[in-house]
Design a protein around this ligand. Sequence first.
Ligand SMILES: Cc1cc2nc3c(=O)[nH]c(=O)nc-3n(C[C@H](O)[C@H](O)[C@H](O)COP(=O)(O)OP(=O)(O)OC[C@H]3O[C@@H](n4cnc5c(N)ncnc54)[C@H](O)[C@@H]3O)c2cc1C
Length: 386
Amino acid sequence: MNKNRELHDDLRQAMRQLCARYPDEYWRELDKKEGFPNEFVQAMTEAGYLAALIPEAYGGIGVGVTEASIILEEVHRSGGNAAACHAQMYIMGTLLRHGSEEQKERFLPRIASGELRLQAFGVSEPDAGTDTTSIRTTAVREGDSYRINGQKIWTSRALHSDLMLLLARTTPAGQVKKRTLGLSVFLINLREAVGNGVTIEPIEVMINHHTTQVFFDDLRVPADSLIGEEGLGFRYILDGMNAERILIAAECIGDGYWFIDRATKYANERVVFERPIGQNQGIQFPIAQAYIDVRAADLMRFEAASLFDKGQPCGAEANMCKLLAADASWQAANVTLDTYGGFGFAKEYDVERKFRETRLYQIAPISTNLILSYIGQHILGMPRSF
Ligand SMILES: Cc1cc2nc3c(=O)[nH]c(=O)nc-3n(C[C@H](O)[C@H](O)[C@H](O)COP(=O)(O)OP(=O)(O)OC[C@H]3O[C@@H](n4cnc5c(N)ncnc54)[C@H](O)[C@@H]3O)c2cc1C
């Protein structure tokens, strides 16, 4: 057995032990009350998992996206949901790769220890979801500060995070050569900002996701909140997106395996017409097909993660693994619901909860259509469609 394989098996075992402390009932109850999984996030922080990608020099564990993806996969495979805390893993890459040494020393060790949570990522706006460069939130430099005005939507976890990574326009779109220029990234201290120019309002959605809209009304932030160079923020955000896609794919793969385990067990146990329903090919084959699809997506996830960790281009693989994994988990969710019949709708089996949760990944953080257009245009060289 190679060394990496052993490390990954140990990591899976450790994650399984941690997740076993948060069984189905824990997540079901939170879903019912729209509660935040504080105990789970605390346990993940204390074990160091949320600092997986932070280098050891800044107090993290300093492993790669491959290992981080195993951590998130296992959360989903156990029946849980990592959405309450996964963003820290990929957002902090922007700070790590583009922040000044002073910013990294000030924030990364405190994020790694759990003293500060960097869980909120403010990019989407009511009129700019897919089309990021048309965001209207502005940050205007005034002496040694920036004045921020605008609105973000779908800013998940803003009420449970100390820090927010914010994308804002610093040069009007009409004054830049390309619309991707003139956008900048800021690290906002939400604890100071709320009540002083920032208001956060929760949005009710079909899953327990703690997402919000955030209003900026003349928020003043120190000029040193800017990450990297003014105007290059879009590039910095894109940089982190491959990691995000691979990690979300891993969550879908975890969901996919969870569904297949449940569907298989139920198909073996449920007796209809005096035989287990799994004896019918109409039940058995769709489960087998869903398993094959999850396994295939899993291979593409490791391919993408391995390229990312070697510092090699992985845009195609990261996008493809996100699409394959999101489709495979959604397929597995449908098959499991069919297998459970009416009981799949009963909350006590958790199938309907996971079904709702895994549906998100067809849309966010990037939709299937946008991945297809990326592959069509950038990988296959067909004309730009928008
Ligand atoms: C629960 C949840 C949590 C989220 N968390 C965050 C977060 O933390 N931070 C954040 O910044 N954002 C977050 N998002 C936002 C998410 O990234 C966006 O919803 C997503 O990017 C799509 O944007 P939109 O909803 O505005 O869709 P739109 O841009 O309005 O698009 C609508 C549909 O049309 C399709 N479409 C658009 N243009 C084309 C085209 N040219 N060709 C084919 N199809 C097209 C899209 O794929 C989509 O399916 C979250 C969303 C949800 C639902």
